[in-house]
Design a protein around this ligand. Sequence first.
Ligand code: AMP
Ligand code: MG
Length: 344
Amino acid sequence: MKTEIIKINNPAESYRDIERAAGIIRAGGLVVFPTETVYGLGGNGTDPAAASKIYAAKSRPSDNPLILHIAKPSGAERYAVTNEHYYKLAEAFMPGPLTIILSKKPVVPDRVTGGLPTVALRCPSHPVAHALIEAAGLPIAAPSANISGRPSPTSARYAIEDMDGRVDMIIDGGDCEIGLESTIIALDGDGALLLRPGAVTYDALCCVLEKVEISAAAMGEMTADDRPLAPGMKYRHYAPSSPLVLLEGSDEDFINYIKQKRSIENCAVICSPVEAKALGGENLVLTGEAGDYPTQARRLFSALREADKLGCGVIYARKPPADGLGLALYNRLVRAASHMVIKI
Ligand code: AMP
Ligand code: MG
């Protein structure tokens, strides 16, 4: 398939391109578009055939449910059974990087929800995403625009790397501001369960809802969803093709460990600018400074892709603390590393 690649910075100035992209979605085609979290691979969320195309383009198992992207929080009414907690969260965090899971209404095809009785809804804040959903006049089903198992694309360059030839159009809207996929919270009855940590943190959710539980998966523990790639490799997701190893220890121990490893093996290192200065030499991929979690989040997936391209036998990165935005980073890194963590 020939993929058209277009650039849109300001949707108001590119109204005709947005209309054309929306037309592709309405006609059952696929459009990759930027959001504030990561690039999405969008299709008509009310059309089972479009959902099938999304799964095929990603090479993703079709029991993995898709998120429906809506233009405004009240748009959920047509597709899900909303409740007071939904509107409290919507008031606080929508539009933005939060996905809410509710009981679905029959209009949502089973193919979109992977047969589940629930549906995931998100209202993105990115102006291009918002304009596209509004112009389409439908909910847009959109998983991350990567081939299944690879790091999510956080710039058009990476979306093109994975999706060129697999979709009708890719909209280049620059780099994603957050760089990690949305926080996912499931609401049922009185309960709220954090399924995936993201830029809307656990603490922020607790400011709005009285009680939020954290699932084992959100804490980075292994679940049946983590796909075994090869025997011995256990489970990988968001993963580069070279093995990734997380190091847990002090700044000094980290520098010493890497120096020693570099003398015996060809390794790539994802590190902060300060650490890069201390280490010097080649095969260093920069993330944010220690404690600057927003920058670390923004750069995480591109760092994994860039580290992979260096073709080293192994990639090292530091294990982030599992709280605040660090929990979202930890959750992605520990999966990318197949849970290989070394205490140094
Ligand atoms: P992605 O679109 O790539 O960010 O991934 C979407 C993720 O949302 C899926 O892998 C599921 O983990 C989660 N999800 C979507 N819909 C549901 C649902 N109805 N129930 C539970 N999890 C869901
Ligand atoms: Mg994904």
